[in-house]
Design a protein around this ligand. Sequence first.
Ligand code: FAD
Length: 324
Amino acid sequence: MLIKNFFISLSQNQLLNSLAKKYGTKLGARTIIAGTNIEEMIQSVKELNHHGISATVDNLGEFVFVKKEAIEAKKQIIRVIEAIYNNNADAHISLKPTQLGLDINYDFCLNNLKEIVEVASNYNIFINFDMEDNSHLQSSFDLIDELSNEYNNIGTVIQAYFFQSEDNIKKYKNYRLRIVKGAYKEPENIAYQDKKDIDRNFIQLIEYHLLNGKYTSIATHDHHIINHVKKFVKENNITKEKFEFQMLYGFRKDLQLQLASEGFHFCTYVPFGSDWYGYFMRRLVERPENINLIFRQAFNKRTNILIGIGVGAILLGRHSKKSK
Ligand SMILES: Cc1cc2nc3c(=O)[nH]c(=O)nc-3n(C[C@H](O)[C@H](O)[C@H](O)COP(=O)(O)OP(=O)(O)OC[C@H]3O[C@@H](n4cnc5c(N)ncnc54)[C@H](O)[C@@H]3O)c2cc1C
């Protein structure tokens, strides 16, 4: 818990974020980020497609408070949609409403999203609204409700740690839903804290949507959950067309390939761009061992959390000396 809290506080550090943007790829972020530009991302997606794996592409960035940045993000996402179409890639989009201005103004964000969803709809490309922390939960669902009046190429995420997800999975059962455990630190009056409770609710939500809902994306690296789902779909005669497994780019690659080769629909979450710091820090909060993935490439040997902390501290020290 101490380590988790440590990484959560690091994840909110603006200084480390800007340093990560500068030095990130040198430190090995490329292992978990599919490039910094659209060309590299498309190449990564095509490689996945070659193995029978589809992709959900995330133009990295979140918690944007400047209108100009939100507009640039919108334009970039539209360029991504066009690149997916022009390259005939098997991919759709994942986006975060806070990158499109949800913290600036609700209507401004809605209009940005409308433009994106409209372009995607013309190309028959699906848009998934990632779910962020609880302070954006209701407004994100409101955006989805409004956009659903005009478009049917959208879906979202249900986070198993929230008590209210049981109601939401029923309310949104006619949507394509990604079901996850939940990646943010949430207070105990609204969210389960204990892994056992989160796992139990995760399984219940998955089973409900598999039996009653539209398409289900089961997004987890947890082989216990995956094995449970495999058994459940078999027992309930749920066909492979009704669901897919999802994992993040660079994580458990062997298992990704194995599931695809077993004939399951598999979709990899493909983040790209330079704004990778918050994304990566959440991966450390979930599983501190993930530090190995990124630093292994930089140091060419097995490393541990201490190295990550050390590098962060050195970079921070260097920067503060410079700025003095
Ligand atoms: C495709 C995708 C999209 C997501 N979208 C969102 C979102 O929109 N909003 C949100 O809040 N969260 C999102 N998440 C994050 C999610 O909520 C979890 O925080 C994250 O997936 C960690 O939980 P887990 O189920 O993967 O397994 P964990 O609970 O982290 O791990 C359970 C067990 O699985 C095994 N395991 C896990 N990872 C590994 C590994 N790398 N190598 C070996 N074994 C491993 C270990 O045995 C571990 O004990 C997303 C996750 C994925 C995969």
